[in-house]
Design a protein around this ligand. Sequence first.
Ligand code: SAM
Length: 261
Amino acid sequence: MKAISLARNYIRLETSLYREAAEKSPRVAKRRFPTGRQRIWLRRTARLSKWLDQNGVEVPAKIMSPYELDVLERCRARIPLKYQYRALNALREMARTHVLFPELLAGDEPAEIIDLSAGGCGNADVLGQYGHKVEVCDYHDANAINPVGHSYTEIHKFLGLECRFFDGRDLPYAFPDESHDIVLVYQAIDAYGPVALWYDIVDELLRIARRSVGLVLNPAVPRTTENEALMAAFIQDMRRDRNAFVSTCPETSLPALRIDK
Ligand SMILES: C[S@@+](CC[C@H](N)C(=O)[O-])C[C@H]1O[C@@H](n2cnc3c(N)ncnc32)[C@H](O)[C@@H]1O
């Protein structure tokens, strides 16, 4: 079935689940999942599915079914609304994989991948369907307002994943040399340190990787001309010195880089 048809069914199903939950608890609905905010993410899900169809990527039906987690439970578990949608988490990573590592969706040998700031774990969900082994890590600060251990735990449980603690600021990282085929850091390297440190971080990620490193960069924060220039220079340096392949994430339009060893 085409991705857009799977997405239409998925959106219908999620919409009815959220409608039922809103009838049960209108106050929570107003605060945590107003219809307008739901529409933003569901529209993005439909847009991504169209993009995948246009690019000839077949989508596994399994990732196009909601997390078996009651909507009010998703809210109680403090999963950000954006990450409550399995298809969005998964399709975003499918599209990024198609751009950066198409071989992983094309029947390549099973690879050992580590996702260092896995968030909603879309990579593990998608790549697991293709037989790849994805280890997930993330930063868990028990004292933070929205600690990862709390906000994504229910997704980890549903997907049967053990999420390992990882702090990207703490160099060197506790992984042996060449212990994984591919090392991923999507929309998180800015939390590991300032741009000036990214060069050392990339060296460290390449030490851990047997084959490649994948990065998706967040927008510069704060969004000053100086920070944007530093990021642009980083991308250019990666292209020149590391022969990086540079593209953009089809969902977020953020810079996406593949650096091979
Ligand atoms: C914008 S989210 C990206 C999540 C996911 N990779 C994605 O692309 O959807 C940023 C991620 O960085 C993680 N993070 C924040 N500080 C971190 C740190 N010091 N070390 C490792 N990860 C961190 C967060 O927990 C979160 O999962």
